[in-house]
Ligand binder design. Structure first.
Ligand SMILES: [Zn+2]
Length: 302
């Protein structure tokens, strides 16, 4: 089982097997890659691209993929999946980022959501394809991932939404198609609390059954500008880690702004000896691996 950090700052918290740095976030802002941190790139979610090219935004019968459109769970502006200039530029950018890092982790590398995209270019591409709507969308996503794979020489981690059943209908994502190109998946399970770990554990079982490549689960620890009262408690994060581990997760990526918030989390779980003791009874080897990792942090937090 692998344990990774997933940070907005180019910082490497101690006690992890890999470090993922968010070099291009959904706002479209870009940072310099770091040679020993995997680079995370948001591909089509890109506020800067949409600001510079308002006509690139993804369209649907329920309105555009724009922040504030309550028909979708969208917190940024999303470029149409077939926009040729954006595709070409991102392909080049991802290849460059790969050269400068030990690998690439992508997110938003698919359609914005169900019903997207109905811009005039997409309608024409669909009509000319002779395929059904869903098959055409699937082909657009898969073909682009195949092109990315040709350009990424190191590890390629593909993030997916925590939707095991309707990812094809919503995003054009077919897990088997993507498994041909991905070294690993990253199932994003960000939440501001994990008070009911049962849901996350169940989703993990679903993905274990479906995914043909190892998968990480991303868990939310502390984002930029968060109020300490609004983030999951360390006890919740450790408990949900154990429960997802026993359901088959191959690793975890813990999201924080930087190294100091991760250290706060590590200190808190190391100190919670009662919880660590109680979680021992939750399962076999995978549970033990999570608890052993926490034990290994004892020397870091001193
Ligand atoms: Zn379109």
């Amino acid at each position: 089982m692998k344990f990774g950090s997933f940070t907005f700052q180019p910082q490497k918290p101690e006690g992890f097997d890999l470090h993922v740095f968010r070099v291009k976030i959904e706002t479209g802002i870009r940072f310099q890659p770091v040679h020993d941190m995997v680079s995370n790139v948001a591909v089509f979610a890109d506020n800067v691209a949409v600001k510079d090219h308002p006509d690139w935004i993804s369209q649907s019968p329920l309105g555009p993929a724009k922040i504030g459109n309550p028909n979708f769970n969208i917190y940024w502006n999303i470029v149409c999946q077939t926009q040729p200039e954006h595709r070409a530029e991102q392909l080049k950018y991802i290849a460059e980022v790969d050269r400068q890092s030990p690998g690439v982790c992508l997110n938003n590398q698919y359609f914005a959501d169900h019903g997207h995209c109905t811009c005039s270019r997409c309608q024409e591409l669909w009509k000319n394809s002779g395929l059904s709507w869903l098959e055409w969308r699937r082909k657009e996503v898969t073909d682009y991932i195949a092109q990315i794979r040709e350009n990424v020489k190191k590890d390629l981690i593909l993030s997916i939404q925590p939707d095991p059943v309707t990812s094809l209908e919503r995003y054009g994502v077919d897990f088997d198609d993507l498994a041909k190109y991905a070294d690993a998946f990253n199932v994003v399970m960000f939440s501001k609390n994990y008070a009911t770990p049962w849901y996350f554990e169940m989703l993990t079982r679903n993905f274990k059954k479906l995914l043909k490549k190892p998968f990480y689960i991303s868990l939310y620890v502390y984002g930029p500008g968060d109020n300490p009262k609004d983030v999951p408690t360390p006890a919740e994060i450790l408990t949900v880690s154990v429960r997802c581990a026993r359901a088959g997760a191959d690793g975890f990526l813990y999201l924080t702004d930087g190294a100091s918030q991760m250290l706060d989390y590590q200190k808190a779980v190391v100190a919670d000896t009662q919880l660590r003791e109680r979680l021992r009874s939750y399962g076999g080897k995978p549970v033990q691996e999570v608890l052993d990792r926490v034990a290994s942090w004892e020397k870091i937090v001193k």
